[in-house]
Ligand binder design. Structure first.
Ligand SMILES: [Zn+2]
Length: 440
């Protein structure tokens, strides 16, 4: 029996499923572009750049891709990606596909083909479905529209064109294998379809290398195809984009795989989108509110100390532009940080005992989550001040008088997942903590 020639696992994100470990699929080699260059002389052909081909396989979905691929090396906007469309069986496949997709398009609907080439499929569909709108995107701009579709000489950008054209149907044939991030591209389409409340069907078609792998066909793996989909990697990519898969099928002797699926309409990702937008908005508002609060304290001639000069405290000091001139007093409980300087603003960090001889009116604790510990330290050391402030929901609040979540000790573990190898002795700290807070 032959000994398997195993390679080291490589940490490399899979373009189809996002898995992080891959193994070598072929020994790395160098060759020029194979299909898109069209050299016009022997000299030109021989002088072509030798590009690195380092094909690896995702250990999860089996996807094959060239981890040294660089999109800029493929001149799509200069040369059309000429696909041989005239073989009888292939022509029949195209017509079948056009007929199938025409059936999915609603009355007056919009269909967009991404990477439409000269527009063979779109012309066929447009002739069948008068009254619908057809657009073709291709950076080569080599369209034969015959007045049947609108050609767009550019790349399709989900963030722009989903909203602009609100497509009912997106067609993407023999394109995703060229993209640097096919999963990201489909997920972006899903995201914008959801954000703009669209219901879009997507048809994807790409070569399938299952048979090439089964039959040891090395020549299928060339530079222009960054990605080589297997049935498994194609399926996984779509499953990571949507749960609404309507059709997955092989065509052309299992050399081609295609899928139809739906995206849009209040996808769960929108919830995170909304949360992030709220957080961002509040962060912008709070910067203004805090600036006003700090100005007011200075106007009232309050003496202010900031507790902490590194980490989160340094972020606080920089974010709210608390410069060394207006806010010179920064103390820390960690002797190791004393006599170092606050990154960005430059206050010399003093030991907390500085406040015993030089009391202030207000102590600001930027690390709100550690406020309890700092408060204990202030009490034990005998430091006095009128007010202790911390940041909560975008404003500075008074630790003792205002409402905030940092006043009570809550050490109960909130997320308790039953561990398969539960050891009660090791877990004593956790169960004790639960009992203290009444969550036994
Ligand atoms: Zn994968």
């Amino acid at each position: 029996m032959r000994k398997p020639n195993r390679s080291v696992a490589q940490i490399s994100p899979c373009p189809a499923c996002g898995h992080q470990l891959a193994v070598a699929f072929l020994e790395p080699f160098r060759q020029p572009l194979a299909t898109i260059a069209w050299p016009s002389s022997e000299e030109q052909a021989k002088a072509m750049q030798q590009l690195p081909h380092s094909f690896v396989r995702c250990t999860d979905c089996g996807h094959v891709y060239n981890r040294d691929f660089c999109y800029e090396n493929v001149p799509y906007d200069e040369k059309p990606n000429l696909m041989f469309n005239r073989g009888a069986i292939w022509t029949n496949h195209l017509i079948q596909t056009a007929d199938l997709l025409s059936g999915y398009l609603p009355e007056g609907g919009t269909a967009i083909e991404i990477g439409c080439g000269e527009g063979h499929l779109l012309r066929h569909m447009a002739a069948k479905r008068r009254g619908c709108r057809f657009l073709g995107f291709d950076p080569s701009g080599a369209f034969l529209t015959e007045g049947l579709f609108q050609g767009r000489n550019e790349l399709f950008l989900p963030e722009t064109h989903m909203e602009q054209y609100q497509p009912d149907l997106l067609i993407c044939r023999h394109v995703i294998e060229h993209l640097l991030n096919p999963l990201g591209f489909l997920q972006a389409i899903q995201f914008y379809a959801s954000r703009f409340n669209l219901r879009t069907r997507i048809y994807i078609e790409t070569p399938c290398v299952d048979r090439a792998i089964e039959n040891g066909r090395v020549v299928d793996f060339y530079y222009e195809h960054y990605s080589h989909f297997t049935t498994s990697s194609f399926t996984k990519m779509i499953q990571r984009t949507t749960h609404e898969i309507e059709l997955l099928t092989h065509n052309y002797n299992r050399e081609v795989i295609s899928g139809i699926f739906r995206v849009g309409s209040q996808h769960p990702w929108l919830e995170i989108d909304n949360q992030a937008a709220d957080f961002r908005t509040q962060a912008q508002v709070s910067a203004d509110v805090l600036a006003i609060q700090l100005e007011q304290m200075l106007a009232q001639r309050k003496r202010i100390a900031i507790w902490g000069g590194t980490g989160k405290a340094a972020v606080f000091i920089n974010r709210y532009r608390m410069d060394a001139k207006r806010f010179p007093i920064v103390v820390d409980s960690d002797a190791a940080k004393v006599n170092t300087f606050v990154p960005g603003q430059g206050q010399r960090i003093l030991f907390r005992d500085h406040l015993l001889k030089n009391p202030v009116d207000i102590i600001i604790i930027p690390m709100a989550w550690r406020a309890q510990d700092v408060l204990l330290e202030i009490q034990e050391t005998g430091i006095r001040c009128d007010q202790i402030l911390l940041e909560h929901q975008g404003t500075l609040v008074d630790f003792h008088r205002d409402h905030h979540p940092y006043a009570t000790a809550d050490q109960a573990p909130r997320l308790s997942i039953p561990a398969p190898h539960y050891n009660p002795q090791r877990a004593a700290y956790w169960s004790e903590a639960s009992q203290i807070a009444g969550h036994s």
